[in-house]
Every structure is written in structure tokens, then in C-alpha cells.
Design a protein around this ligand. Structure first.
Ligand SMILES: CC(C)(COP(=O)(O)OP(=O)(O)OC[C@H]1O[C@@H](n2cnc3c(N)ncnc32)[C@H](O)[C@@H]1OP(=O)(O)O)[C@@H](O)C(=O)NCCC(=O)NCCS
Length: 203
């Protein structure tokens, strides 16, 4: 299927149109129970929720948000321990840090650039809300970081690796990780990208 047939659109929370497909894709890619209340999440202030749609309906989604001013260390305490770059701390003081938390594409549709295009779309919209930097906690399942190729091609750089990032919830059965064996092996690899709008000094 040629890439041109895919369109991206915002997800105004509409369970009838997108909710079931997003839950199915999240469950398949990231584990059953990944989203406990999609309606509430999508309705939060500053949340950016996009779906990638093609002729077969929803094939992927992106979930991101603007961190409220000065709240970065509260939202990402383990990354705070590792230390934020100075400019990220400064942007946090202005409420201009965005976290791109989740990107997932249905397994049948991977390798066609859908995730890369979702990133472009979500970054553009977050930049429109004033984001000066994007942080991505990329899931590492113990052997590979699925998003790494997409992120590196998209201009992100590696910031920090943190082990056992979701272990507490995983051990407690808060969700069912598709990569879990007998024990939790997943960690997170944080990536960072400065917004081109900021780099070009137009804000
Ligand atoms: C990671 C993921 C979002 C990539 O989506 P995608 O639409 O296939 O990505 P693109 O087509 O834009 O780019 C393909 C890249 O994804 C990587 N990739 C990961 N899993 C893949 C798969 N099953 N098939 C094809 N490519 C895959 C490839 O390494 C490729 O990078 P490369 O060009 O350097 O080889 C998708 O594989 C997915 O949903 N995986 C499971 C959920 C996940 O890990 N999400 C990230 C959580 S932070």
C-alpha cells in the first residue's frame, strides 16, 4: 500500500470512531491494559493524541503532552536523578517541554513510515503549543529499542538509559507486557530533540 494513502488527524476523543482501534493497537503492541481510561487521558489539558488512518481505518497512534510549567522532575523523577540538560531545565521553567510518551503501529502495517510520519505530525502540533524540546521515553524490551531507528532518523539523540523503568507496575500486573518472561526485563532509553522552531530562533 503506498504511503500517500495515509492521512493523519487529531483524535478528538471519539470512542465510536477511534477508541476501540487505539485500544486494540496499544494492547497488541504494548500489552493489554496499557490504557486504563483512554477517554480521560485524551481529555486532559495539553494532551496531544493523534491517530494515523488509512483505508482500513486506524493503523497507529501517537500520545504526547505538554509538561505543565516546572513539573518535569515530578513527571520524570528517574530521569531527573540522571540530570536534565540546562536548556531543558530552562524550557521547563517556561512550560515548553513536551513528552512524546507512546507511538504504536499495528503489526501488519509496520515498516511503511507510519511512525515517522506520526512523529512529524505530533511534533508540529506540539511546537504550535510552544514546545521547545521533545523528550521520548523509548521502550527497550531487554533486547531492542523498537523506536530507535525512527528516532535517530528523525533527528533525536540519546539522553539516558534507565533500567527496570516499569517494573513496579509490571510486577503488580497493572498491564500485561508482551515482552515479559518470568521477570520484568524492560528498561527505557530516553531520547531528546530540540524543536527546529526554537533552533531557527523564530520564537
Ligand atoms: C516502533 C514502531 C512504532 C515503528 O513503527 P513503523 O511505522 O513501523 O516505523 P517506520 O515505518 O516509521 O520506521 C520503521 C523503523 O521501525 C523499526 N521497526 C521496529 N519494529 C518493526 C517491525 N516489526 N517491522 C518493521 N519495522 C520495525 C525498524 O527498525 C525501522 O527502523 P529502520 O528503518 O532503522 O530499520 C512499531 O514497530 C511498533 O508499534 N512497535 C511496537 C510498539 C513500540 O515499541 N512502540 C514504541 C514504544 S516507546
Amino acid at each position: 500500500m503506498p504511503e500517500e494513502t495515509f492521512e493523519f488527524e487529531n483524535l478528538p476523543f471519539d470512542p465510536a470512531r477511534h477508541g476501540a482501534a487505539v485500544e486494540r493497537i496499544a494492547g497488541e503492541a504494548l500489552g493489554e491494559g496499557y490504557f486504563t481510561d483512554l477517554a480521560a487521558i485524551a481529555a486532559r489539558d495539553g494532551v496531544m493524541f493523534l491517530v494515523a488512518t488509512g483505508p482500513e481505518g486506524v493503523v497507529g497512534f501517537a500520545y504526547a503532552w505538554m509538561v505543565p510549567r516546572g513539573r518535569l522532575a515530578v513527571e520524570l523523577p528517574r530521569l531527573a536523578e540522571a540530570g536534565f540538560p540546562d536548556d531543558v531545565r530552562a524550557l521547563d521553567g517556561e512550560g515548553r517541554v513536551a513528552i512524546v510518551q507512546t507511538i504504536a503501529v499495528s503489526s501488519a502495517m509496520r515498516g511503511r513510515g507510519i511512525a515517522s510520519r506520526l512523529f512529524g505530525a505530533v511534533e508540529g502540533r506540539l511546537a504550535g503549543l510552544g514546545a521547545g524540546v521533545f523528550l521520548v521515553p523509548a521502550w527497550c524490551d531487554g533486547t531492542r529499542t523498537n523506536l530507535e531507528g525512527v528516532l535517530v532518523k528523525g533527528g533525536y539523540r540519546h539522553l539516558a538509559d534507565i533500567g527496570a523503568y516499569w517494573k513496579e507496575g509490571c510486577d503488580a500486573g497493572a498491564f500485561r507486557c508482551p515482552a515479559r518472561g518470568e521477570v520484568c526485563r524492560c528498561g527505557v532509553r530516553f531520547f531528546l530533540k530540540r524543536s527546529p522552531i526554537l533552533l531557527f530562533g523564530s520564537q
